[in-house]
Write a protein that binds this ligand. Structure first.
Ligand code: KIV
Length: 266
């Protein structure tokens, strides 16, 4: 795979070809995912749950994120590397700059930040400093204690309109990518059509510009034994992890994943 850039992602959206993203936390999985055709490797702060065994993403530090970003970079073979700003690593503008510097110097090509329209100024200042951002909307796991659990967001016309307005304002502020987690499919489709930047979904139905899953979920690995509704176990029927990830990529590209059973409705 030749190097995936923001231009590649915009071209894919314009052509109507779905974008493949998968979480990744180390060099071996980075190389395996690239060989299978994954276009964006997300070093998600989900590593706090799937690697470190915490019950939320809140304990993850920016140094944890930089460590795993550097490991992924060493195994990367041409994917775009996206790294999460961990909980409270962007509490002030000064902290945001320092945290982004750690991630970009560790090998990230873009940073992901959870929030809404209140991030517009930050997104714009980061873009001016050479740091593209992906804004994570919908169910933002760092706010689990505000939401009162991991719940679908954007249900009801008022909440839906607010998320749509936020998405448009963030694009105008200079966001390079949006990620929608656990939102009704109808809303995700409206947002994806309303903005020119690519929109990646997880639990957001089939009509976003691309899909992401947590690596461990799609390999059928879980500490709790609970699998979210939007996850498909791609290991089933496959002989190797590489084959499972290839099947994921093919299923995103041919739009057989996500299927109706993985969707949330308004
Ligand atoms: O941290 C993460 O893995 C994420 C995904 C759930 C999209 O943000």
């Amino acid at each position: 795979m030749s190097g995936v850039t923001l231009t590649t992602l915009f071209d894919l959206k314009q052509r109507g070809e779905k974008i493949t993203m998968l979480t990744c936390y180390d060099a071996t999985f980075a190389a395996t995912a690239c060989a299978a055709g994954v276009e964006i490797l997300l070093i998600g702060d989900s590593l706090g749950m799937v690697l470190q065994g915490h019950d939320s993403t809140l304990p993850v530090s920016i140094d944890d994120m930089a460590y795993h970003t550097a490991a992924v970079k060493r195994g990367n073979k041409g994917a775009l590397i996206l790294s999460d700003l961990s909980f409270m690593s962007n509490a002030t503008l000064e902290q945001t700059y320092q945290s982004c510097a750690k991630l970009m110097q560790a090998g990230a090509h873009m940073v992901k930040i959870e929030g809404g329209v209140w991030l517009a100024e930050t997104v714009s200042l980061l873009a001016q400093r050479g740091i593209p951002t992906c804004v994570h909307l919908g169910l933002t796991p760092q706010s689990v204690n505000v939401f009162g659990g991991y719940k679908v967001q954007g249900r009801g016309e008022q909440q839906a309109q607010k998320m749509l307005d936020d998405a448009i304002a963030l694009e105008q502020a200079g966001a390079a990518l949006l990620l929608l987690e656990c939102v009704p499919s109808e809303l995700a489709a409206r947002i994806s059509q309303a903005v020119r930047i690519p929109v990646i979904g997880i639990g957001a139905g089939p009509n976003t510009d691309g899909q992401v899953l947590v690596l461990h979920d799609m390999l059928g690995l879980s500490i709790s034994g609970r699998t979210p509704k939007f996850v498909r176990n791609f290991m089933q029927g496959q002989d190797s992890i590489g084959e499972a990830i290839s099947l994921y990529c093919r299923s995103v590209k041919d739009q057989s994943f996500p299927a109706a059973e993985h969707e949330f409705r308004a």
